[in-house]
Ligand binder design. Structure first.
Ligand code: ADP
Length: 381
């Protein structure tokens, strides 16, 4: 049942993104609210992840609110307004803490990467003799959608560590000095709540190699580098920094040197693709599927894990429409939890996937993958 709701959610999310892309804010707002409703229904269906889904539902409601029917208010939004007090820095940073419900089993393939990361993270936080120095920074690099964020979430989940999920844009402020203070506050709170993992997504945005590097970015980067090193010797808890990038060649030397362990997260091979297909069809009957053929086609098309997950959502959606022809409009679908209506299901069939393949574009080229492989050979470690 969870897969069904997730498939509805993905469909709704796609429509939301489509509406945003068209600039139709009103439709985008409606879809955001529908996403929130589906997530709330999921929270009821999956008690183990209730809080996780409720939290996500809330962020969709916030997204809808930001697209509200009234024109944007002239009062600056919270993340564009100047921060006025130490407490505010802390609460901004505390807002980046996310509860990770992801486990290693939710990640298909990537066996070597999972093992390496699990070991490094365990070593970082284990009690050990002084002489053993753990990695303080680990870089995950590879094409978009290959599971880098999932890996970081699973690492945090496996240790029950406090997980700070930070996008570089969360700490880059247009106000002078604010970004550095945010980074300092981030690591201070992380140390207080240790064991902590600070995950910095799109870390390339902080690199000095970028074309127009402002003085503020230099200062921010210098603060970040010092915090990763943990030179301040305050004796508080250990913080591990995981960073992720889709463009490792944009990282400058100073940044790279703080991440001596650089892990390539590649697109899935056939075995990994099969794993990912199983994960994203969990709870449904897949006995009629030729998983080998679907995995082979996915690899031939150079799909990432994200595209395979989307492929499953679309195939499930196709199956649902087939056996629930009365449910043709999204309005009724997303009101399911209100009406308590149960969807009919049938085993997934190859024709569901054939339809889905028609809709999922291949975003990567062989040449791009070779560029990652080359960088991995030269700089990976
Ligand atoms: P990245 O951080 O590399 O851009 P994500 O970790 O955010 O990619 O992955 C995006 C989505 O794609 C995930 O939420 C998940 O649904 C799916 N996905 C990607 N890789 C995998 C994988 N190896 N196993 C299972 N699902 C995956």
């Amino acid at each position: 049942m969870r897969s069904l709701y997730l498939s509805l959610f993905e469909e709704c999310k796609r429509k939301y993104e489509g509406a945003l892309g068209r600039g139709d804010l009103e439709a985008a707002r409606d879809y955001a609210l529908k996403c929130a409703r589906i997530l709330k229904a999921l929270a009821e269906k999956v008690p183990g992840k209730r809080e996780f889904y409720l939290e996500k539902a809330e962020s969709w409601e916030n997204a809808a609110r930001e697209l509200g029917p009234r024109p944007p208010s002239p009062v600056p939004q919270s993340n564009t307004r100047r921060i006025s007090s130490e407490d505010e820095y802390r609460s901004r940073v505390e807002g980046l803490i996310s509860r990770s419900a992801v486990t290693w089993n939710d990640i298909g393939g990537l066996c070597g990467v999972k093992k390496l990361l699990a070991q490094s993270v365990a070593l970082a936080f284990a009690k050990k003799p002084e002489a053993i120095k753990p990695w303080r920074g680990i870089l995950l690099f590879g094409p978009p959608g290959t599971g880098k964020t999932l890996l970081a979430s699973a690492a945090a989940g496996s240790l029950n560590a406090t997980f700070f999920n930070v996008k570089a844009s969360d700490v880059l402020s247009k106000y002078y000095g604010e970004s550095s203070k945010l980074i300092t506050a981030l690591y201070q709170v992380a140390r207080e709540r240790a064991p902590s993992i600070v995950f910095i997504d799109e870390v390339d945005a902080l690199s000095l190699k970028r074309e127009s590097v402002h003085e503020a970015t230099r200062r921010t980067l210098a603060t970040l580098l010092a915090e990763i090193d943990g030179f301040k010797g305050r004796g508080e808890g250990f913080v591990l920094t995981l960073a992720s990038t889709n463009t490792p060649w944009d990282l400058d030397e100073a940044l790279l040197s703080r991440f001596p362990l650089r892990v390539y997260v590649p697109p899935p091979d056939k075995g990994a693709a099969k794993d990912i297909l199983r994960i994203h069809t969990k709870g449904l009957d897949i006995s009629k599927l030729d998983l080998d053929a679907i995995a082979e086609e996915s690899v031939r098309r150079l799909y990432s894990g994200r595209e395979i997950a989307n492929l499953c959502s679309l195939a499930i959606h196709h199956m649902l429409e087939d056996v629930n022809p009365e449910l043709t409009d999204l309005e009724r679908l997303s009101n399911l939890e209100v009406n308590g209506l149960e969807l009919k299901v049938r085993p997934l069939e190859m024709r569901d996937f054939e339809e889905a393949f028609k809709k999922i574009k291949n975003p990567l080229t062989r040449k791009e993958i070779e560029r990652y492989e080359k960088w991995a050979e030269e700089f990976g470690g």
